[in-house]
Design a protein around this ligand. Sequence first.
Ligand SMILES: NC(=O)c1ccc[n+]([C@@H]2O[C@H](COP(=O)([O-])OP(=O)(O)OC[C@H]3O[C@@H](n4cnc5c(N)ncnc54)[C@H](O)[C@@H]3O)[C@@H](O)[C@H]2O)c1
Ligand SMILES: O=C(O)C[C@H](O)C(=O)O
Length: 329
Amino acid sequence: MTRTPVNVTVTGAAGQIGYALLFRIASGHLLGPDVPVNLRLLEIPQGVKAAEGTAMELDDCAFPLLRGIEITDDPNVAFAGANVALLVGARPRTKGMERGDLLAANGGIFKPQGKAINDNAADDIKVLVVGNPANTNALIAQAAAPDVPAERFTAMTRLDHNRAISQLAAKTGAAVSDIKKLTIWGNHSATQYPDIFHAEIAGKNAAEVVNDEAWLADTFIPTVAKRGAAIIEARGASSAASAANAAIDHVHTWVNGTAAGDWTSMGIPSDGSYGVPEGIISSFPVTTKDGTYEIVQGLDINEFSRARIDASVKELTEERDAVRELGLI
Ligand SMILES: NC(=O)c1ccc[n+]([C@@H]2O[C@H](COP(=O)([O-])OP(=O)(O)OC[C@H]3O[C@@H](n4cnc5c(N)ncnc54)[C@H](O)[C@@H]3O)[C@@H](O)[C@H]2O)c1
Ligand SMILES: O=C(O)C[C@H](O)C(=O)O
């Protein structure tokens, strides 16, 4: 059976995450081994030549699922008919830059991209924002796309989710595949809260298996939350292959569903669940099915978790207020 190719737009295609991401999309890891794709690569004019080089390499792989590659510096072209958009390109924080400057610089990227998605993307568009500050960049893009259902704009906390699983597996000696129902709450930043109180290790409650609140507070949470900075310190560059892998996982799970008895973490527009103010893009535990997601409801949030969720959500509301003041939403 021949399937219609899915149009996948990647921004920042010539960057280091782009380089780790594009080959996996083209080989079928994003959407599935039987789903053909057209790639649309968006770069700034200075990045177009490098993106063309990557496209030459993609050609040289002769991927059976890759039906076409278009490279452009025009967001309206890049998002035309897009079914999936991975917004990776962003303005990094540079020396002496205040948080407000960073938000303003990224507003200049994500506001026009949101508008271009609004005006040009396919009706079933799904957006994942990877570029930092990912949650608030997603909010800016979503606000600029009033004709697209708000829930289609998501931010990546899957890397944090994967990091937390790996740390928990190392601590307990469990296999990664035995760990389920872990949650990242809040912002993709150092305030994020990786929650193991509802997680399971081979069917047993993870917090009970660990039974060490000091390790949780003083080792696990800071290790996961500051892992991005630790990678930068060690590698001299921010995470790229693991970030690309998480982007693949995020979209694959969104499209293909979570396994029975498990959930994942996604940054999504809050509906007010768990006391998170409606509208901000915060990470929640979600299950996915048939291309849609739902927040896992009814979890009992203990005092330890409540304080940490509230702290991260407070940071998100401050970021929202800052971009509102800048007229970006
Ligand atoms: N959410 C997460 O878990 C996570 C993890 C790792 C990295 N990140 C973030 O992802 C982003 C990209 O990281 P990277 O290592 O690939 O950076 P990079 O600097 O290697 O690449 C970024 C690319 O984006 C391009 N770009 C800049 N503005 C653009 C625009 N307006 N339109 C299209 N392209 C544009 C640049 O030319 C560059 O090629 C950064 O913001 C980084 O902090 C997020
Ligand atoms: O790019 C960064 O600042 C770090 C990145 O978000 C990460 O979590 O690895």
